[in-house]
Design a protein around this ligand. Structure first.
Ligand code: NAD
Length: 258
């Protein structure tokens, strides 16, 4: 298959729906063999079927990003299935909306476990595999809330800020060790997915009202679509970005420019 990432193998966490699904489908359409990794086997299987129906190569992998053994297994399974791992997209993420004085330690830790422990574990186990492959690209999905804070999202903002600087620190390690591994973070604005529909219903009563209100936060005047994040991830995954590491790519309709 030809394409901008032809011949590469990619693992995408949280790929059963939303932004991760779009990333998996775009990378597969551009020639990558894709591991759709998620805790949701039903929807993950549907994504794999859709990719295959379009002529792409994909397999589902059960992965809870908070579980180190599961990461060992997933990275090993990608190497067995595809021969090598070239692209890791740490996309799985959750948000718990609560004021800091009401947030339980359990909820705080749940957000940190998925959003930053998961990124650490994925990176830790992908780096040796990418060394074996002679290089690779790690793309960590942070948020505009990794660049600026938001009320009632203290745990989420803290976790996404951590993803930003974790990515830069590992980019330095992997840049200087000659491994050919690049690490970058992506910072989406509000994107129309299930996660955002939850926010719309809870904060604005219904989805259309929420979409309109959240859209106004972005200078471009609307929320984003998952495909618009996938386009940036494709660039960072491909060799077109071979001089890009340690960078932060805001795809946010200008939200963070203010
Ligand atoms: P989503 O809720 O639509 O999908 C998240 C996916 O992650 C689901 O398939 C879910 O099953 C999976 N997942 C959750 N916990 C997991 C775990 N422990 N292990 C493996 N998979 C797990 O979310 P989305 O809106 O597509 O967001 C994707 C990423 O983009 C997240 O990191 C999110 O923080 C980030 N982001 C989203 C927005 C937005 O507005 N939607 C904005 C900025 C950043």
């Amino acid at each position: 298959m030809t394409g901008r990432v032809a011949g590469k193998a990619a693992l995408i966490s949280g790929a059963a729906t939303g932004i991760g699904q779009s990333i998996a489908m775009r990378l597969a359409a551009e020639g990558a063999a894709v591991a759709v990794a998620d805790i949701d086997a039903l929807r993950g299987g549907e994504v794999v079927a859709e990719i295959k129906a379009a002529g792409g190569e994909a397999t589902f992998m059960a992965l809870d990003v908070t579980n180190e053994d599961a990461w060992r297994g997933a990275v090993g399974a990608v190497e067995s299935a595809f021969g090598h791992l070239d692209i890791l997209v740490n996309n799985a993420g959750i948000a718990i909306i609560e004021s800091v004085d009401k947030m339980s330690l359990e909820d705080w830790r749940a957000v940190m476990a998925v959003n930053i422990d998961g990124v650490f574990l994925g990176t830790k186990h992908a780096v040796p595999a990418m060394r074996r492959a002679g290089g690779g690209s790690i793309i960590n999905i942070s948020s505009i809330l990794g660049l600026t804070g938001e009320e009632k999202l203290s745990a989420y903002s803290a976790s996404k800020g951590a993803v930003r600087l974790f990515s830069k620190a590992v980019a330095l390690e992997c840049g200087r060790d000659g491994s050919g591994i690049r690490v970058n973070s992506v910072h989406p604005g509000y994107i129309h997915t299930a996660m955002m529909e939850d926010t719309c219903r809870r904060d604005y009563g219904d989805i259309p009202t929420g979409l309109a209100a959240l859209g106004k936060l972005h200078p471009i005047g609307r929320v984003g679509e998952p495909e618009e994040i996938a386009a940036g991830v494709l660039y960072l995954a491909s060799d077109e970005s071979k001089f890009v590491t340690g960078s932060e790519l805001a795809i946010d309709g200008g939200y963070s420019a203010a």
